[in-house]
Design a binder for this molecule. Sequence first.
Ligand SMILES: [Zn+2]
Length: 425
Amino acid sequence: MTATGGSAYWAAVIIGGLVLAKLGMQLVLEWLNRKNVTAHAKTVPEAVKDVMDQATYEKSVRYTLDQSRFHQVALSYRVVVLMVILFSGVLPWSHDLCKAAWGESPWAMAMYLFIVGAAISSLSLPLDWFEQFQLEARYGFNTMTGRLWWIDRLKGLALALVLGLPLLALVLQLVEWTGLRWWFWAWAALMGFQMVITVLAPVVILPLFNKFSPLQDENLRTRLTELAERTRFQARSIQVMDGSRRSRHSNAFFTGFGRFRKIVLFDTLIEQLSPVELEAVLAHEIGHFRKKHIPKLLALSALASLAGFFTISLLAQQEWFYRAFGFDSGSIVPALLLFALLSGVVTFWFSPLANWWSRRYEFQADAFASQVMNETDSLAGALRKLAEKNLSNLTPHPAYSCFYYSHPTLLEREAAFKKRAPTAP
Ligand SMILES: [Zn+2]
């Protein structure tokens, strides 16, 4: 065995081990969560009784357990697929095939990466289908037809082809043009691309999937516009989105920059909440805006992708990294591909940190909303209704919520309301 052969062997063993370690941790978390939920189901916590009646609570427990069993199967299936893709030699084989057929131009290699990406995500289609039409449907959440589901997939693929493929080709071209410092320029290109997407999304991308119409309800519109003025939040319009075409789950968000900003409410949200509760939810969202959470998170993710590109540039110089998966070194393409497949194995362990950060922001936005509303009842009422309608798990295992919950649980948020007496704005 040569020196590179030896380190390539150990690299393969270690990376395979990391993939399995992540799966192991995820399965343990699912198991802990199921145990916790089942234990609470026997003695319903007092706080839960205020939020859900017995029947709804039992249904939420069954939903959580069914989701958890599905996650176990889905996680294991994905790891089997990943291991086969990494170690069967299918990647170097298909890479050679494409090189022989199309050459090594940036466009040809971008097409190769695109096809591999599409092929890998198509392997998840049966799971996605089951989740939507079995799991979600069983609890009355699915409102989608099979036809719409397929149309969504095709539109997603077309978008990836129109937007993703040129970006990939540009990154590969930059590697040729800028040599060892390519990682910086590729990152800059990605940032520019993200800016363009943010501007295009509300105008071109989102309308591909949903219908947006101005909020009709005069009373509600006045109430929300007054809130926006009171909080010095510039918005061009308040739009209603037909979320009910796909699911009973509900949401609210903003799109666009500056004076092009629009407030978007799901039709399901308007249906589920009273006007004052909707106002409180909007106040919470404006809280994120006023506390500058969005630019802060964008800056953080920009730093993370810079670190990511730098890591790829380092790995691309390591012979063992290529050899571990049967590639010949010398091309950036395998490094990009392997990084895309494997980065989750490392980033997973940072999710508690990211979630802790995100939950801090949620508490801050809640505090902002109670200050603006000068009371906490409407936001608490809204959150309770949303937990009920979405059959949220009110008693996740602490380790599970640490890894997976970007938002504090309802009971944690209510505890924070109680601690904080409202003060006049
Ligand atoms: Zn929030």
